[in-house]
Design a protein around this ligand. Structure first.
Ligand code: AMP
Length: 288
């Protein structure tokens, strides 16, 4: 039987549902999202199901992680089709709080990652971002008190920041990593892909192609800084405005100077038209 997940909008209703599961000794997974669900999100829900008895999907477009000039107002809000997409995937509950449920009048606290995996990359381009993410994730974890939470490697820096946050603040939530879900042509699925024009959509997989090629060259012993510069130039020549193409240590996101300092993760952010895309790939262990 295909069940439709129930929707709750308040912390009180969320707690009531969760208390019953917890009393029954069930293991609870949380999948935080901003909605506009696609197959990448659904893969996270399936992974949650494999690792827990109960699955809560939160849908909340978090104003705290958008700067005033960013796309908060135009970010897609598609709650009805989101709930329909979750049918048959073992999601028990959708938690879709309203803005004033999360940030009531007078709200004046912020959880601010400092250093560690939050250093540079997205923080340079979007200085407000990880404070907003850490604040909402802390709230979602304390509201839901899940045993585990699923985060995608698509947002690799965010994933490491959240792992650090859960440890640093003793939130006691085990973070489960989900691999990047891609289109057949390599483009990582993203709610923002729907902003792309046909021409931009055709160019977008070039980010992944460039990262994969660069990763292979690094693994083959090529010179790291030169290869990163070359990758950024290749993206620029295809019409992207590049925020960064960077090599970082895969576990800590500390800068690395050569393949020997790995394991390495290559990360990139670039704009095409008005849409900002991010992607990342692992660098295979050096081949010699
Ligand atoms: P978002 O709704 O964009 O905030 O994403 C919610 C969660 O889904 C985050 O943990 C993302 O990393 C993850 N996610 C989004 N797109 C993908 C993808 N293509 N593959 C894997 N995880 C993804």
């Amino acid at each position: 039987m295909v069940t439709t997940p129930q929707i709750v909008e308040t912390r009180a209703n969320l707690r009531e549902r969760i208390a019953a599961w917890r009393a029954a000794g069930e293991r609870i997974a949380l999948v935080p999202t901003m909605g506009a669900l696609h197959a990448g999100h659904i893969a996270l829900v399936d992974l949650a199901r494999e690792n827990a008895d109960r699955v809560v999907v939160s849908i909340f477009v978090n104003p705290a992680q958008f700067a005033p000039h960013e796309d908060f107002d135009r970010y897609p809000r598609t709650i009805e089709s989101d709930v329909a997409a979750l049918e048959g995937h073992g999601c028990d509950l959708v938690y879709a709080p309203r803005r004033d449920e999360m940030y009531p009048e007078g709200f004046s606290t912020r959880v601010l990652p400092e250093g560690g995996p939050s250093d540079g990359l997205e923080s340079d381009a979007r200085p407000h971002f990880f404070g907003g993410v850490a604040t909402v994730v802390t709230k979602l974890f304390t509201q839901c008190r899940p045993d585990i939470a699923i985060f995608g490697e698509k947002d690799y820096q965010q994933l490491l920041v959240v792992e650090r946050l859960s440890r640093d603040l003793d939130l006691d939530v085990a973070i489960v990593r989900a691999p990047i879900f891609r289109e057949a042509d390599g483009l990582a699925l993203s709610s923002r892909n729907r902003y792309l024009s046909a021409e931009e959509r055709a160019a977008a997989p070039f980010i992944h192609h460039t990262l994969s090629e660069t990763a292979a060259l690094i693994a083959g012993g090529g010179p790291l800084p030169a290869l990163l510069t070359q990758a950024a130039q290749a993206l620029a020549s295809r019409g992207f405005t590049v925020d960064y193409v960077a090599a970082r240590h895969a576990d800590t996101l500390a800068p690395v100077g050569s393949a020997a300092e790995g394991p390495i993760r290559l990360l990139a952010a670039a704009r095409i038209g008005t849409t900002r895309l991010i992607d990342n790939v692992g660098v295979p262990a050096p081949s010699h």
